[in-house]
Design a protein around this ligand. Structure first.
Ligand SMILES: Nc1ncnc2c1ncn2[C@@H]1O[C@H](COP(=O)(O)OP(=O)(O)OP(=O)(O)O)[C@@H](O)[C@H]1O
Length: 337
């Protein structure tokens, strides 16, 4: 089981920082108030149900939609005031490939290279390099419409990377992918994060980003979902007011991603399973509702035999929460017992 460690949200000068972002369409606040941080070297996921404002938020970051309010910084620049600076640093991947169906994969990348005013020889070397990078070297001469969904998504990623941006904004990149394609995309995104890119992607459920995202920001109805256990002023209530509940789900990684995203104090190990500190039945019901809403397949949730006083080093290590809207770190590959 992976270990989850909370870290403070970063200022993210090389990444993304959003406070109170807002965008309305007529009477509808598509984005009402979103806070988020995405830092270089990490994959951050903006997760929420359909219509919660994820695409609108991404488009504001990409300079494609103007915000009505809030503070937005991408690589230190305000997209509304310095769109050129932001566009030079950002790669944008929409949720579907769009028009280009008759062009080959190579031609798509060369056309984008031309749009970025690359000299002709550089267009083709960059296209070849990117096709190799995303594992499409063998289908370079195939028309886009003949590529499967996973290949199209990887070509979409390559298209977003032509001008070597350090920030990647990816709208629902995992939607509709089979397991193999998802695995290939996961490997690529982890590699890009490892090279220091700032990656912000959207998804509808935490399950879609388990194993991909380091940080999860939950949104609903255009707002960042506040931590269920946050007291006024944004500080967590002391864990001692709570007692441990045992929670089982079909996939522990997915469950832990969600618990971290919500900000619940929790602990996990191979021997004791997953425990979460809750203040009573009401909070248990709220947690269950949120997990089911977010697609986490919960099997049981019940008070544990132990008390909060049993929570001491050696019994259950690692109960903890975090401050701020986004601060979930998943250490990949480190097993804990
Ligand atoms: N240009 C627009 N004009 C009017 N309403 C819009 C516009 N763009 C988005 N909306 C509305 O704003 C709300 C948020 O849409 P948005 O696409 O940002 O959500 P989303 O979370 O990305 O949804 P999905 O997961 O379905 O893509 C929706 O109700 C949508 O219909």
């Amino acid at each position: 089981m992976d270990e989850f460690v909370a870290i403070p949200a970063q200022g993210a000068t090389g990444g993304i920082r959003v406070r109170g972002a807002r965008r309305t369409f007529g009477a509808l606040a598509a984005v009402d108030s979103i806070d988020l941080d995405a830092r270089p070297g990490a994959v951050t996921a903006l997760v929420g149900p359909s219509g919660s404002g994820k695409t609108t938020m991404l488009m504001m970051l990409a300079t494609l939609v103007a915000p009505d309010g809030g503070e937005i910084r991408v690589a230190g620049f305000d997209p509304a005031r310095s769109p050129g600076q932001v566009r030079a640093r950002v790669g944008w991947m929409p949720d579907s490939f769009g028009t280009y169906g008759n062009l080959t994969a190579r031609e798509v990348l060369e056309v984008v290279g031309a749009a970025h005013r690359f000299p002709r020889p550089e267009r083709s070397t960059r296209a070849a390099e990117l096709l190799r990078r995303v594992g499409l070297g063998n289908v370079a001469e195939r028309p886009v419409q003949a590529l499967n969904r996973g290949e199209q998504q990887r070509l979409g990623l390559a298209r977003a990377m032509v001008h070597r941006p350090r920030v990647l904004l990816l709208d629902e990149p995992t939607a509709g992918l089979d397991l193999v394609s998802r695995g290939e995309l996961t490997r690529l995104l982890r590699e890009l994060a490892g090279e220091g890119h700032t990656i912000l992607l959207t998804a509808r459920t935490p399950a879609e980003v388990a194993g991909i995202a380091d940080h999860v920001v939950l949104v609903a109805a255009g707002r960042t979902v506040s931590r269920p256990d946050a007291a006024p002023g944004g500080r967590a209530r002391p864990a001692t007011e709570s007692r441990p509940w045992r929670i089982r789900a079909l996939d522990d990684d997915v469950l832990l991603t969600a618990l971290r995203a919500y900000g619940f104090h929790h602990a996990a190990s191979a021997t004791i399973g997953v425990h979460v500190l809750l203040r009573g039945d009401q909070e248990a019901a709220d947690l269950l509702t949120a997990l089911v809403r977010d697609g986490v397949r919960v099997v049981t949730l019940q008070p544990a035999e132990m008390t909060a006083g049993d929570v001491r080093p050696g019994v259950i290590a690692g109960f903890g929460a975090h401050d701020g809207p986004v601060a979930v770190t998943q250490h990949h590959g480190n097993s804990t017992a």
